[in-house]
Design a protein around this ligand. Structure first.
Ligand SMILES: [Zn+2]
Length: 503
């Protein structure tokens, strides 16, 4: 803006242009008003506003699609960086497979084909007698066709790969930024083993890594277990899942891993020569999470001022906002830059834009979710101090320059922990254990996560869904065998399940 002023200084229309530019600035100041609805009043609209105004994503020209903006993509990259390290330590290598899948591949595994058929997007263009192709809704089929060529012997196993890519599923349900879009980004891991034991063990191991990612990186507590037949992955033998409870009482699937058994191996001819020289079908698992995780982070942690990000995934963990008066402007600015340099480990930067007031900047960085604000004015210059303001609690701390770096690090860690504890408290307080159907219905209507004995029959689950719109989210692992009565139909049940409405 200053640059423009200087240029126009030699312009005969200088005066009016200057006024005009000032007018624009004033208009912009007024328009950044933040979130206009309350999280507790209209959760859905609040969510949309946070995503749009914090500049994480935007609507795209084609309905059901979204554009991920730099602030949103930086969160995805933080998740990728973390998870790439994890999988590399487990012997998984990254690959890239084509976007398009031949129609015949979908027909090889019938359950899989049936499960995905309604969501497939076909490419119209065909050359000669070439068969139709669809955009990948997931990559099992195209990968396993290649695996069948690459894997020959037990010496090639275990075989572990992962792909970061986009996926297209033509949803008919109402779409929502990050949570339900027709195209989304994800990672899909695909592994092949000699034995089912190894296959299941690692499927659970990857689920365990998802749990660590959710809790330690995203500060979101989760509950895990096995999916019922109704909710299982199409073509799989068992699906293990990780779920989190959102503030509106709906559960969100955070990641899944599947024991595919030998189903796909049989369909794609994925055989290997075993240790005793016999040809046998391989065992496979697959596992994935998507950009939905970003939606979960927004919903769980953010507030009525805007985005709140766990420090570990925030691109810039601190912003230095100098409070400038004409008098010692240069000195304050110089010191502000020095402080930001001291804090380069947390990727701090100085907001030295002239066109905006300090108050306006405070609001903007609160809206955009920078975890810590370092305020710094002429008075602080005299006292060799700065004021730290935490995004999650608004707590202010006066810190001497000499201990700034240490204090910033400490407060970021405290914030990460505080966000997790807050969400954990909510999850505990929202979980209700019931054994009778009327209690079940009441708990669902009160937006609780319900834990109840369940017969695990598909017909019964469909009844529950029809009456309450809640579904079984998962059946926790390692439950003690017990003689129970199903909360809905009263028939014999040996385990309990979590139920909730879901995204
Ligand atoms: Zn039942």
């Amino acid at each position: 803006m200053i640059f423009l002023f200087l240029v126009f200084e030699t312009n005969p229309f200088n005066f009016s242009l200057k006024l005009c530019l000032r007018g624009l600035v004033a208009e912009k100041e007024a328009s950044v008003e933040g979130i206009t609805v309350k999280k507790e009043v209209d959760f859905s609209e609040w969510y949309n506003q946070v995503v749009l105004k914090a500049e994480l994503a935007d609507y795209a020209p084609v309905r059901g699609f979204m554009t991920i903006r730099p602030r949103g993509y930086a969160i995805w990259q933080a998740i990728q960086d973390y998870f790439n390290q994890v999988i590399k330590s487990k012997g998984v290598r990254n690959v890239y497979f084509p976007l398009l899948i031949p129609e015949s591949f979908f027909k090889k595994e019938s359950e899989h084909a049936e499960g995905f058929a309604p969501e497939l997007a076909w490419i119209e263009r065909k050359e000669g007698d070439e068969e139709r192709v669809a955009i990948r809704p997931t990559s099992e089929t195209i990968m396993y066709d290649a695996f069948a060529k690459w894997i020959r012997s037990w010496r090639d196993l275990p075989f572990r790969i992962n792909q970061w890519c986009n996926i297209l599923r033509w949803e008919v349900k109402q779409t929502k930024l990050f949570l339900r879009t027709r195209e989304f980004l994800w990672q899909e891991g695909h592994c092949v083993y000699e034995t089912e034991g190894e296959c299941v063990k690692e499927a659970l191991m990857f689920l365990g890594e998802y749990k660590r990612l959710a809790e330690e990186l995203l500060a979101i507590p989760v509950f895990d277990g096995e999916k019922t037949e109704l909710e299982r992955f199409a073509g799989g033998k068992a699906t293990f899942t990780l779920e989190a409870l959102m503030p509106d009482g709906k559960a969100l699937q955070m990641g899944t891993s599947h024991n595919l058994g030998q189903n796909f191996a049989k369909s794609f001819g994925l055989k290997f020569l075993s240790r005793n020289e016999k040809e046998q079908f391989a065992w496979q698992n697959s596992w994935g999470f998507s950009t939905r995780l970003i939606g979960a982070v927004v919903m769980v942690h953010s507030d009525n001022k805007g985005l709140v990000l766990p420090p570990r995934i925030a691109e810039h963990k601190a912003v230095v906002v100098p409070i400038i008066f004409e008098k010692n402007r240069e000195k304050v600015l110089r010191k502000a830059k020095e402080l930001a340099t001291q804090l380069k480990e947390v990727n701090a930067f100085v907001d030295d834009r002239d066109a905006y007031s300090a108050g306006w900047k405070f609001n903007e960085w609160e809206l955009k979710g920078i975890p810590l604000r370092v305020e710094f004015g002429p008075k602080d210059l005299e006292k060799k101090q700065a004021v730290l303001v935490r995004r999650d609690t608004g707590k202010k701390t006066i810190v001497k320059w000499s201990s700034l770096k240490k204090e910033v690090k400490k407060q970021l860690e405290e914030m990460q922990e505080n966000l997790f504890k807050k969400a954990e408290k909510f999850l505990k307080e929202s979980t209700v254990e019931v054994s009778r159907w009327n209690e079940f219905k009441r708990a669902v209507s009160e937006k609780k996560l319900v834990f109840a004995p369940f017969c695990e029959k598909t017909g019964c689950e469909e009844e529950i869904k029809r009456e309450t719109t809640a579904t079984s989210r998962c059946i926790p692992f390692n439950q003690k065998e017990a003689k129970l009565e199903c909360v809905k139909c009263g028939s014999a049940a040996s385990r309990k399940s979590y139920f909730a409405k879901s995204y």
